[in-house]
Design a protein around this ligand. Structure first.
Ligand code: HEC
Length: 169
């Protein structure tokens, strides 16, 4: 019984250790990133009629592109936008055949790499902000850690690693 109690206590402590550190306490939404960051890719999601815009801070971007690895201080932001539709709800496209970002839904997902943090995903921590720039209340960050952990060999990233490795070719 004693062993079990200790096990449970350790799990709970581990959980709160993560919860206290994770999220907007650590990872901020950088001011005016829409004018200072690089929009390295936009992803069209036809099924959900959404466009996702991905941003990276320029200092990290320069280093990542030349060194093919993501430096300390990398900040990645993902914005969710409703795509432009006509009155009948059909998607509209620009001259390049791309979907058109119309209204930001409000969700802004941020991940930041900081060597002074030690998280379940090495140096990465996560936060979730809404349209007005405030942290989303009751956000759950466990999903961020577990889903991005599938990409351990690509520094826990999805689109950015692909962008950097494609650029290196
Ligand atoms: C179910 C799996 C899953 C969960 C949970 C998840 N992500 Fe992601 N994340 C993805 C995928 C897949 C992409 C690429 C998205 C695309 O192509 O539209 C992505 C992309 C991102 C990006 C853009 C950089 C990159 O690597 O492509 C950021 C920033 C991000 N996620 C942050 C977060 C945060 C913060 C949370 C938690 C609030 C979170 N994610 C939860 C799967 C997930």
């Amino acid at each position: 019984m004693r062993g079990l109690d200790i096990g449970v206590a350790a799990t709970v402590a581990g959980f709160f250790g993560l919860a206290v550190m994770a999220g907007p306490d650590e990872v901020k939404l950088p001011e005016s990133y829409q004018t200072t960051f690089v929009n390295y890719v936009s992803v069209d999601h036809y099924d959900r009629k959404r466009v996702r815009k991905m941003w990276v801070n320029p200092e990290a971007h320069d280093t990542a592109i030349s060194g093919e690895s993501l430096p300390d201080g990398t900040v990645l932001i993902m914005e969710d936008w409703d795509a432009l539709q006509d009155a009948d709800g059909n998607l509209m496209f620009d001259d390049d055949g791309r979907m058109i970002a119309d209204k930001m839904t409000g969700s802004r997902f941020v991940m930041e790499k900081n060597a002074t943090w030690s998280t379940d995903n090495e140096d990465w921590d996560y936060a979730w902000y809404v349209a007005d720039g405030s942290p989303r209340p009751e956000a759950n960050f466990e999903g961020c850690f577990s889903c991005h952990a599938y990409r351990t060999d690509r520094d826990y990233t999805f689109t950015y690693w692909k962008y950097v490795s494609d650029a290196a070719r």
